[in-house]
Each structure stands twice: as structure tokens, then as C-alpha cells.
Design a protein around this ligand. Structure first.
Ligand SMILES: [Zn+2]
Ligand SMILES: [Zn+2]
Length: 345
């Protein structure tokens, strides 16, 4: 094993810098992963822009990580082996002891490490990860295509499963980006009638190719009215944080319909209590899922032929890749790869 490894760390908020770090030994309950790929998620923006400048060493972002286990610490479950391919999503493990864990809701663990925020993530050649956060990667998926499934994939797959919609129901997906492009594919393969809702026409063709039966352009038409003309959406899954856009669509929800929120905006939603009460509608938030659910998401992706559409860039170009993601210039997921640049040898 190499004594040092390359990492992109947040030296000042909003900036990524390439550094060489000492390869660590995994502690109790931890493994060392040699990273092969790491997706760049929208949630990385708050990690990178809001990083604590006093933190030493500075944080390494990235929570869509796939690699190989190259060292096992003491106390790691025997299901994990050296050389095995494993991934880590947004939550890097759980404690097993808190009230949420004791109910099996590991994604709500009160002391969950948030990968890329409270512990180092995968914009690096090596990463320490807790055994409880590991996700097994099926052989049928390459590391680069598996990585985005660990956050964008599970978030949308689980949201659709929690939405209460059944085969044939109208399901609307608001926001056709990294998460939305996975949601459209899963929704189609789950047997829903899929409406993609976005701003402008430039994404329409992609949305239909990804599996939407129809595309609704909020700039050109009254989106809730269109949903209502079809009987209303049984579920609306929103991947955007913009409270105004989410609130505007809510009246398109069918009676007993559920609005499932994935975009974590800070602004309050404008909800008509009468609309909720009168039609027994509900609003719920959904936050990724457990490592087991992540494996189910990967398996379903293999089973149903769902894949993220990715563009790759090498680790050392992470800052450029990140800026492109932020400007919306990626269709649909940017993935960093860790291969050494050819001129380094
Ligand atoms: Zn994410
Ligand atoms: Zn816990």
C-alpha cells in the first residue's frame, strides 16, 4: 500500500485544493477503502461552501463513494472482506444503540456520521469508512456508474417507495437534474405514469428519453392544472430546494396524494391546510435510507436496467468538476475517477 495518497480538501470555504496525505490505518470498526469513483452531489455545495475554515486537517467532501476494501480494522463485521468492492453514501454508519437504531431506522441514527460534512469523504484516493455504513456493490455495476446510485439513486428510489403510489398511478417528478434523472427512470420501471416537471424546453427531450410519459414546462403552462386535468398526481417527488416551485405544484396533488420532499431548502413551504385536510393529502420528507436499502437500490438498478447518465473527470480536476455541477452544466451526474494521471509516471 502506498504511504501517501492524493486528496482534494476544502482549504478555504468554496475552494478545493489537491494535497498529499499519509495513508491512515483503520481504527476499531473502520475499513480503509481505496476509492475508485466518487459522484459529485448537489449536497456537496453546502459542505464545500459552508466548510469550517478552522478545521484541521480540512474536510474532504464527497458521499457517493465506491472503492475496494484494502485494510480492515478490528471489530468490523465478517461480511466485509479484503479486496471486496464497497460503497458509502451520505450517512457513513450508525451506532446501533440510540432509539432510532433500536427501531431499525439506521438512516435516522442520532450519531450518524455525515460523509463529506462531519467526516472525510471520497474526493480522494483513500477513505476511512465505518463498517456499519458500507454498501456491497454488485458485479454488474461499474464503480463509476454505481457511485451516483448511493445517494441520488437511493434518495429517489426510497422516496418513490414511500410515496404510496401504485402501478398505473400518476407520479410527478419536480426537477430533472442529478436526482430527478434517476427518479424518472425508477418511476417508469416501477410502473407509474410519469410526469416530468421542469423549467424550460431544453430538458424535455432528455426527460422523455429517461422514461417520462409527459413533460410539463412550468414556464409555458400551468403545471398543477395539467396534473389536475389528469385526475391529479398520486405522488409528487420534489428534488429541488426552491420552496416557491414546490409550493406552486402542490395543488396538483390528487386526494390522498403525497408530496415527498427530497430537496432540503430552508424557506418555509406555502401549504393550504384546507387542501391537505379536504383531500387527506400529506407532505413528507425522505432522507436517503439504510445501507441495506442502498443495496436494494443497486439490485433494482441492475434488475430494471436503470443507470445514471454520467460524465467523468479525474480527481485532480475536482474543483472544475464541482463548479460545472454548481452551474448546472452536467447531464446528469459528474463522477470523479481516481486513476493516476498518465504523466505522473
Ligand atoms: Zn448526495
Ligand atoms: Zn444510532
Amino acid at each position: 500500500m502506498k504511504a501517501t495518497y492524493r486528496a482534494m480538501q476544502i482549504t478555504t470555504p468554496g475552494m478545493l485544493e489537491l494535497v498529499e496525505r499519509q495513508t491512515p490505518e483503520p481504527g476499531v470498526g473502520e475499513v480503509l477503502i481505496e476509492v475508485e469513483a466518487c459522484g459529485i452531489c448537489g449536497a456537496d455545495v453546502s459542505d464545500i461552501e459552508g466548510a469550517d475554515p478552522s478545521l484541521q486537517p480540512p474536510r474532504v467532501p464527497g458521499h457517493e463513494v465506491v472503492g475496494r476494501i484494502v485494510a480492515l480494522g478490528e471489530g468490523v463485521s465478517s461480511i466485509w472482506k479484503l479486496g471486496q468492492r464497497a460503497g458509502v453514501g451520505r450517512f457513513g454508519g450508525y451506532c446501533s444503540d440510540c432509539i432510532q437504531c433500536r427501531q431499525g431506522r439506521f438512516q435516522l441514527c442520532e450519531s450518524r456520521p455525515v460523509v463529506g460534512a462531519s467526516c472525510d469523504g471520497g474526493y480522494a484516493e483513500m477513505m476511512l469508512a465505518r463498517g456499519t455504513g458500507l454498501v456491497s456493490i454488485p458485479d454488474d455495476l461499474g464503480s463509476e456508474e454505481a457511485a451516483p446510485i448511493l445517494c441520488a439513486g437511493i434518495a429517489t428510489f426510497n422516496a418513490l417507495k414511500k410515496s404510496g403510489a401504485e402501478a398505473g398511478d400518476l407520479v410527478a417528478i419536480l426537477g430533472i437534474g442529478g436526482l430527478g434523472h434517476m427518479a424518472l427512470q425508477y418511476a417508469r420501471k416501477m410502473g407509474f405514469k410519469v410526469a416530468a416537471v421542469g423549467r424550460g424546453q431544453n430538458i424535455a427531450e432528455d426527460a422523455l428519453k429517461l422514461g417520462a410519459h409527459l413533460y410539463i414546462d412550468t414556464k409555458a403552462e400551468d403545471a398543477p392544472a395539467r396534473l389536475k386535468s389528469m385526475g391529479g398526481a398520486q405522488a409528487i417527488v420534489t428534488t429541488v430546494g426552491n420552496a416557491e416551485a414546490v409550493s406552486a405544484l402542490m395543488s396538483g396533488l390528487a386526494p390522498r396524494g403525497r408530496l415527498v420532499l427530497l430537496g432540503a431548502g430552508k424557506d418555509p413551504l406555502l401549504v393550504s391546510a384546507g387542501h391537505l385536510v379536504g383531500g387527506e393529502r400529506s407532505v413528507l420528507g425522505s432522507i436517503t435510507g439504510t445501507p441495506f436499502e442502498n443495496e436494494r437500490t443497486l439490485d433494482f438498478s441492475v434488475l430494471a436496467g436503470v443507470r445514471p447518465q454520467i460524465e467523468t473527470m479525474p480527481l485532480e480536476k475536482a474543483f472544475e468538476a464541482y463548479q460545472r455541477m454548481k452551474s448546472g452544466d452536467v447531464r446528469f451526474r459528474m463522477v470523479l475517477t481516481m486513476k493516476e494521471p498518465a504523466d505522473a509516471h
